[in-house]
Ligand binder design. Structure first.
Ligand code: CTP
Length: 408
């Protein structure tokens, strides 16, 4: 279940070009089961109409401090009833007013009359974002415990490029999940690998595979939303999940280096990457030429990263593998579970329709050494990630219980 399920979230939209992205943020929050109460400032209405947001949110947009049709005291009612307030986009003016407690409109009153956590998502031009007054205001808000989803660098409304672009709707929703999440994995350090490795043949060509990395990214995002500190070792350039540190690698050897140097300190390692089993034994340092005829490419095995981790696993660490199979799914996955000394393996039949590589959905079976298999029918990769993380939490809890009762 999403931590946003059933939560009352006030979405404050202020007047910047990025206001159009609030529509997508609203949609995603509603899709996650939240009850979204939208508030728009006067300036925001220059950028998007109230009709759009009212249609997508859980109730009509509120804009008025006076003559508000929903309640005679909107200045306190809305903030008091909130579980979370998100301001996206937050303009320099909104940030300044919030810092000063200048309650001139419904949104600022709501921000003052609440005990709920607040997430501010600034968006403005680089010059404004870097202006000392904005820097000071942000510092004060952070010190007060306001959560900030930092703006990204990229193309801005005027066509110029720099810091100040509103963070992606995905990162803003992930921040909301983190703030409202149970924090069950707080203090837990986790490594997740994602994507297919690319093994060079020459200076331009590689041997690759079809893995998109989406399932690994979903696992990393879900773990971070539950409070884990996550390092994602990735071969693909998908947007980094909010709060996750991404280490980019390309080959199996680079992935091995990145993971092994961090493994001893990790409480959980999830190998969702599709690591090549073989690589060219020698790599030409120039482009192989067609006129030299078909090359003879001699392959050698790559290191099995997961098997190595299983052989040297520190006490208490939870090690999770994935098994991408086209035949004998359960038997093959079961043998990998045992051979690589894993605590959990996520088996997926990559030949089935809408499953595995490149899709947004997956259907998997979870196998553990001492528990019944659990099947997850076709579901969004994020939902599969949720069950994988729930299972990891269960394994950790049963170990802690065994330690307490002296079973181990
Ligand atoms: N794996 C790994 N290093 C490798 C190959 C695989 O760490 N060189 C990990 C994968 O990340 C995955 C698990 O081992 O978590 C199983 O990978 P898979 O490709 O399904 O199996 P293999 O062990 O490579 O066996 P096979 O190719 O025969 O199915």
């Amino acid at each position: 279940m999403s931590p946003l399920e059933g939560k009352r979230i006030v979405l404050g939209v202020t007047g910047g070009i990025a206001a159009y992205k609030a529509v997508e943020i609203c949609r995603r929050l509603v899709d996650s089961g939240a009850h979204v109460v939208p508030i728009m400032t006067d300036a925001a209405q220059h950028f998007v109409g109230t009709t759009t947001l009212s249609a997508l949110a859980s109730e009509p947009v509120q804009t008025e401090l006076w003559h508000n049709p929903t309640t005679p005291i909107p200045h306190t009612k809305v903030g008091q009833g909130a579980d979370l307030i998100i301001v996206a986009p937050a303009t320099a003016k909104c940030i300044a007013a919030y810092r000063m407690g200048y309650s001139h409109d419904l949104l600022q009153n709501t921000l003052l009359a609440t005990r709920a956590p607040v997430i501010v998502c600034p968006a403005m031009h680089t010059e404004m974002w870097e202006h000392p007054s904005v820097v000071d205001n942000m510092e004060v808000l952070r010190r007060r415990g306001v959560h900030v989803v930092e703006p990204e660098s990229g193309r801005l409304a005027g066509g110029d490029v720099g810091a100040g672009r509103l963070a992606s709707p995905e990162s803003i929703v992930a921040a909301a999940e983190r703030v409202l999440g149970s924090g069950e994995l707080a203090g837990v350090s986790m490594i997740v690998s994602a994507g297919g490795t690319r093994e060079p043949i020459d200076s331009v060509r590689v041997i690759a595979n079809r893995s998109s990395g989406k399932q690994g990214y979903a696992v990393a995002a879900e773990a971070a939303s539950r409070g884990a500190s996550v390092t994602l070792v990735s071969t693909v350039a998908l947007p980094a999940p909010s709060g996750v540190e991404v280490v980019s690698v390309e080959t199996a050897a680079e992935m091995q280096g990145a993971i092994e140097s961090r493994a001893a300190r990790a409480d959980v390692i999830v190998m969702a990457a599709a690591v090549a089993d073989f690589r060219p034994a020698s790599v030409a340092n120039h482009k192989l030429k067609k006129h030299d005829g078909p090359p003879q490419i001699v392959l050698e095995p790559t290191p099995d990263i997961l098997a190595g981790l299983g052989a040297t696993k520190p006490t208490g660490q939870v090690l999770v593998g994935f098994a991408a199979e086209t035949d004998d799914l359960i038997a093959n996955a079961q043998s990998k579970l045992e051979r690589k000394h894993l605590d959990l393996i996520v088996a997926n039949d990559v030949s089935a329709p809408s499953v595995g590589f490149a899709h947004d959905t997956n259907a998997v079976t979870l196998l553990r050494p001492d528990a019944k298999p659990v099947e997850i029918d076709l579901a969004a990769k994020r939902d599969v990630a949720r069950v994988v993380i729930d299972t990891i939490i269960e394994i950790r809890a049963s170990r802690a219980n065994d330690t307490r009762t002296g079973k181990h």
